[in-house]
Design a protein around this ligand. Structure first.
Ligand code: PRP
Ligand code: GLN
Ligand code: MG
Length: 504
């Protein structure tokens, strides 16, 4: 779950891309990058760090042009070295830069084909670099000096045949425009917005609508599963569904945790979905313990606040702010290692003791993944003198790895894997644990207006919509990306990154 953005405008886009990436920062904190284009040349800046650290005034001055793309990264493949920050670039054909949100499930096979059949070189272990080279190859073999939208869509038809997994993408082609596309299941989000200046349209494509609204664009629509959108440099919009088989199966975890509440994804308000999650949770509490003794509902900031608010209302129990969030510390779950995640919880959340003392508290979180947050928070609640500590999760137990762009690669790192609900409660130290039922989560999220959508719920039910992940895939993923392995790889890859930096 990275954040991506692309803009075609009537004036320089660097500041707008910077602003949009800042709005999308919650989707990736490890690296950021931007490419703009002017007079047939690309201008690139990318590095590890958050948006405000990566783009200084000296970089912004060089990022000229009325068209550009940007990325904030949360790695799910390869390493977190700066050499794998995005956008990626290839000079042939035309010059293409690409930014990707998601995770491919046939990266290895594609990388081997690129090397053996397409004679293309990959310089990193990133799946996004593979995707860029597949797109480049399919455009190259058309052998067209002048590209038309039809050529682009025909190349995209081939890309959809070869690439599997989750991918929401923005790609910029020198001298032509921006090509944006979403995988055939629409797993990761992507939407288009429009605005007019001086009677001429300007377009933005972005992972979430909050980025459009922040930039003064009006949400036009979501990109459909398997659809490619082409925005030409002179701001004409072309679109076509290019994948042969498509299904609407967006990731439900966007609504649970990943997305911002002010976004509307696939016609669904993330905020409203979270309110409904809170109501269903309250119903479950009342079903399980009609005579409950909860004195106060306390959210674990930030994401759970919306659900907690509605849950408290429905229970008829007061909601209180029991934790103050340090606004200078980012999201813990998307931090790169377990040590830093553990350390960050206490740095990020500090308790207001009087809300806990001698009370039976119901803590609410949006999800419990590794249990890093809940375990420490429950300990803090007890240190503050809570009589009993209950916890409710707006999502069901997470028992399966994610292979579509969320870094949950190793089942043994998931607190819900191989444990009953009671065992999870014991592990995190709760007196009572209430998980949302999957049916209720789906009902909370699927609005009445979106009957065609079924969600990817793989982390809860182990059903992977692309149908191509098996035990062997999981074994490889876990070996490559468990916390220990990531640490080893980073050491090696940093050397490569440093070397590349010296060369550039
Ligand atoms: O069980 P865990 O492995 O700890 O993961 C789950 C927690 O991580 C996330 O919070 P995060 O701090 O990332 O972001 P937030 O401030 O948006 O809630 C999520 O909201 C849960 O609180
Ligand atoms: N979270 C994501 O969307 C990651 C994109 C890509 N797989 C990477 O690791 O850079
Ligand atoms: Mg949280």
């Amino acid at each position: 779950m990275c954040g991506i953005v692309g803009i075609v405008a009537n004036s320089h886009v660097n500041q707008e891309i910077f602003d949009a990436l800042t709005v999308l920062q919650h989707r990736g904190q490890d690296a950021a990058g931007m490419v703009t284009s002017q007079n047939g040349r690309f201008f690139l800046r990318k590095d590890n760090g958050q948006v405000r650290d990566v783009f200084r005034t000296r970089h912004m001055k060089q990022l000229v042009g009325n068209i550009g793309i940007g990325h904030v990264r949360y790695p799910t493949a390869g390493s977190s070295s700066s050499a794998e920050a995005q956008p990626f670039y290839v000079n042939s054909p035309y010059g293409i830069a690409l930014a990707h949100n998601g995770n491919l499930t046939n990266t290895e096979e594609l990388a081997a084909d690129l090397f053996r059949e397409d004679l293309r070189h990959l310089n990193t272990s990133s799946d996004s670099e593979v995707l860029l080279n597949i797109l480049a190859h399919e455009l190259q073999i058309l052998h067209k000096l002048k590209l038309t939208p039809e050529d682009l869509f025909s190349a995209m038809g081939q890309v959809y045949k070869r690439v599997r997994g989750a991918y929401a993408v923005v790609a910029m082609i020198t001298g032509y425009g921006i090509l944006a596309f979403r995988d055939p299941f629409g797993i990761r989000p992507l939407c288009i917005g429009v605005r007019e200046t001086a009677g001429k349209p300007e377009y933005m494509v972005a992972s979430e609508s909050c980025a459009l609204i922040g930039g003064g664009y009006k949400l036009l629509r979501d990109v459909k599963p398997g659809e490619a959108i082409f925005l030409s440099e002179d701001a004409q919009l072309f679109s076509q569904v290019c994948a042969e088989h498509t299904e609407y199966r967006p990731c439900i975890f966007e609504h649970v945790y990943l997305a911002r509440p002010d976004s509307i994804i696939d016609g669904i308000s993330v905020y409203k979905a979270r309110l409904r999650m809170g109501e269903f949770l309250a119903d479950k509490v009342l079903r399980e313990r009609p005579e409950h003794d909860i004195d106060v509902v306390i959210p674990i900031p930030d994401t759970s606040r919306t659900a907690a608010m509605q849950m408290a209302l429905k229970l008829g129990v007061k909601m209180r702010e029991g934790f103050v969030k340090n606004r200078y510390i980012g999201r813990t779950f998307i931090m790169p290692g377990q040590k830093i995640r553990e350390k960050s919880v206490r740095q990020k959340l500090s308790p207001i003791e009087l809300e806990f003392r001698d009370r039976v508290v119901m803590l609410v979180d949006d999800s419990i993944v590794r249990g890093t947050t809940s375990r420490q928070i429950i300990e803090m609640a007890r240190e503050c003198g809570a009589k009993k500590v209950y916890i409710a999760s707006a999502a069901p137990a997470i028992r399966y790895p994610n292979v579509y762009g969320i870094d949950m690669p190793a089942v043994k790192e998931l607190v819900g894997h191989g444990r009953t609900d009671e065992e999870v409660a014991e592990y995190i130290g709760a007196d009572w644990l209430v998980y949302q039922d999957l049916g209720d989560l789906i009902e909370s999220t699927a609005g009445a207006d979106t009957p065609a959508i079924q969600f990817d719920c793989s982390v809860f039910d182990g059903d992977y919509v692309t149908g191509d992940v098996d035990e062997q895939y999981f074994a490889k993923l876990e070996a490559a990306r468990n916390d220990g392995a990531k640490f080893d790889e980073e050491l090696g890859d940093n050397e490569t990154a440093d070397m590349l930096k010296r060369l550039s």
